[in-house]
Design a protein around this ligand. Sequence first.
Ligand code: MG
Length: 375
Amino acid sequence: MEKKRKISIIGSTGSIGTQALEVIEKLQDKFEIIALAGGNNTELLTKQAEKFHPKYIYAAKPISVAGVKTLNSLDEIAQNKENDIILVACSGKIGLKPTLKAIENGIDIALANKETLVMAGDIVMQKAKECNVKIIPVDSEHCAIHQCIKDISQVDKLIITASGGPFLHKTVEEMKNATVTETLHHPRWNMGKKITVDSATLMNKGLEIIEAHHLFGFDYDNIEVVVHPQSIVHSAIEYKDGSVIAQLGLPSMHIPIQYAITYPERFEGIKSHSFSFAEIARLDFEKPDFEKFPTVKLAYHAGRLGGTATACLNAANEEAVFAFLDGKIKLYQIYEITKTMLEEHKLIKSPTIDEIFEVDAITREKTKKLIASIN
Ligand code: MG
């Protein structure tokens, strides 16, 4: 990059945000931080601001740091055309509106927030096309596919890998009685709580199928999931002629984060030059067990329904995950509750953003009621 790339991070205190700052620290001559935005962890955000000297900060709670201007909303970051790129690293629906606003302002997006595409993929991708904005995926699977694709029109199939989570080789019975601690013990990745539960039920893979559908414009019939416990092959694509291209690397989020924020260039990073096939020795693959992990099928179903179905799926699942983390329901009930909500959902085929947020709110309310009624 000839000039320093001007970047803002929405969600700088979360798992992706903190790792992004580690990448930026390593590549400090390549970046200038315009703004950092966090949620409630103002202590960490303050430390980050003192260390990285952004021009602006925003937090969900009042915050002030000497020499840094405090903003009143995420929109102020998204509208600031000083930005070359914004890393959307927050979790939840809060990422959607600022992402759309940034796209409207012609700012490229490094996207780590799944909800943006799961809730409103059609609108977001259409807007990105209209505004000629790049959306570079940070999610490791999609980042892998992004790296594999040379000519998308010649690609037949996307192959998304799944680690299988902590219950891959446990029985259905063991999974049904899983505690929160067992569920949060992911064998490969260290992530936030919500996504770790999603990885245990495999709903995370379900959401990623929907993400992939929007990002790459593929039919659900041409998106496949394969279990790969070592998490070395991050995903692959199959060309029309049968050639398969996969992206490999050690399971570290630093690599996809760095790829997304430096694209199309590459630099020596935190994890460079440490890959050894001989040390890894073997790579295993197996078919996902959709009976044990029915959430994947449910996500395919919601994806094929399209419209507001995926926003409903996302909202119901998230509320159910929170209830599980609170000890209110069992792990397998996350699927049952989400399925019920999807069955009861009144689909809007081509919704507006406001309709999507309405579906989100209504679904959450109904999901909470259902959870209260089964307790
Ligand atoms: Mg992923």
